[in-house]
Design a protein around this ligand. Sequence first.
Ligand SMILES: [Zn+2]
Length: 312
Amino acid sequence: MAQSGRVRLRFGALLLALLVGISTRCAEARVIVEYPPTVSVGSPFIIRITAESPITSAEAVWQGRTIPLDLRNWNGMQVAAGLFGTQVGKVAPHEHGMRVRIVSPRGKKERMLAIRVLPKKYVEDRLSLPEHMVTPPSSVLNRIKGERVLTASALSTVTGKRMWDLPIERPVPGIVTSPYGRRRILNGQPRTHHGGMDFRAATGTPVRAAFAGKVILTGDHYYAGKSIYVDSGGRVISHYFHLDAIDVQRGDILSAGQVIGRSGMSGRATGPHLHFGVAIGGQMVNPEPLFSATVQSMLDKRAVVTIPVTAP
Ligand SMILES: [Zn+2]
């Protein structure tokens, strides 16, 4: 009797310990957020969230724009990676906050991440051009205005499903003739920083999609010439300018590396080249690092915060 009572007591204690253990583990279910504590102005960066217990949705607010994070199942957890960036000349170099929002069956949780944007020097060129090449004639101002509305609307497309992957494909094999961030001083007037990168490309060179995604806009615009805009989800939108020919149409789903057109010098271009630009959450970023980076390598220097999600 005494023996069996002790066994029962031991069994009871074990059960209790197990239950306590389980409930403690539940109370500690976390969302782990990895992010870079410092970024250079103009450079794209990654944040990654890992949820140990099921969550419903995740998003991040950066520079006034909400970026949805696409949750994928991985090893019994949910993982999402988001691409972010800052645009040189638009975002001041100092500490900025990124708000991360997690919705789980137990409610909503928010955490503010401190990300320090560091200054970076970009090249300046002084050029003198005939005035009519610097200032567009008044007859095209309405056309330019209309095209700005179209491109602004394309750049504000929000798709939750992540179609982008890293590293991205090179759109043409040629060398870079003008990097991102270069600033022209035309006839003494400082212009905006170069929002993309220019590749050497003879007219007719096949242009490949750097990102998988969906064609959201094509057109023949005053400045950009024949151009293609591609949405890759998570507010990652890339574009290809000054094309000679466009081989895709709005609504087409592209895989990375697919030929989408031929390069040229349409629009306001002084010679044949490809201008390739990447907007992330409305910020034109430097595409260059994306040609060699992986999600993991972009998180080499990271800070980690955890958000408990089980506790109400
Ligand atoms: Zn360019």
